[in-house]
Ligand binder design. Structure first.
Ligand SMILES: C[S@@+](CC[C@H](N)C(=O)[O-])C[C@H]1O[C@@H](n2cnc3c(N)ncnc32)[C@H](O)[C@@H]1O
Length: 216
């Protein structure tokens, strides 16, 4: 989607060039990883650009967006501009305050949770909360898909990630690129087992976790 081709309504709204750049690479993985899934809950839908694209390209899925309320107007505007029958208006979901909205979990039993570019924005304590909540909601074999930059063995995987991390930490002391091994350990504590690591363009990764039975 080139911004110059967008309708005036959307052209005046917040726009993420990163989303436009990464959406096809992410879609190619989601087409495989979510081929047997039915209901996706997206955490931190941002502008809503990913959701309109993924819902339209993955019509077998119901795609439920969510974010802090401040982002809802933008997400709704993107949904209005690019409606899809399987795309659902954002739910108010702030990891700092909410449980995953219980009513919707009952109505729509999510078998997949997707989140892009959130773990390095939220504090580590909220990353811990995210994995705890996701584990409560996902059924056995359900998938958590996390996209973004990660460090490996506490080392940056690129100079651009090092610069990005410095910028993140200067902006907010709780933000920062996470160490992949710490995320995998955290997931394991919540019965979420790493099932795939996809190397993505621009030094990003897409991690897939599967809900497994609790270890006795
Ligand atoms: C860098 S943006 C990523 C947006 C989008 N997923 C993307 O890839 O462009 C980070 C997202 O995390 C969301 N976020 C930040 N703090 C949050 C919180 N406490 N609970 C839920 N979402 C949060 C922001 O509102 C924003 O949508």
């Amino acid at each position: 989607m080139d911004k110059s081709n967008l309708s005036n309504t959307v052209a005046n709204l917040p726009f993420s060039q990163a989303c436009e750049n990464n959406k096809d690479a992410i879609l190619a993985v989601l087409q495989k990883e979510l081929k047997d899934s039915t209901h996706v809950f997206e955490i931190g839908s941002g502008t809503g650009q990913h959701s309109v694209y993924f819902a339209s390209q993955l019509p077998h899925l119901k795609w439920q967006t969510s974010d802090v309320v401040a982002n809802h107007a933008t997400i709704n505007a993107w949904h209005d501009a690019y409606p899809a029958p399987n795309l659902y208006q954002p739910l108010a979901f702030d990891l700092a305050h909410n449980l995953l909205p219980v009513n919707t979990v009952v109505k729509m039993p999510y078998d997949a949770i997707f989140t892009a570019n959130t773990l390095h924005i939220i504090s580590w304590s909220l990353v811990e909360k995210l994995f705890e909540l996701v584990s409560e909601v996902l059924p056995l074999h359900g998938k958590l898909i996390v996209y973004g930059p990660f460090n490996e063995n506490s080392r940056y995987t690129s100079e651009s990630n090092r610069q990005f991390d410095t910028m993140l930490r200067q902006g907010n002391s709780g933000s920062g690129i996470r160490n992949k091994e710490d995320v995998i350990d955290l997931a394991t504590q919540h019965d979420l087992t790493l099932s795939a690591t996809h190397r993505m363009p621009a030094n990003n990764q897409l991690l897939v976790f599967r809900k497994t039975a609790p270890t006795p």
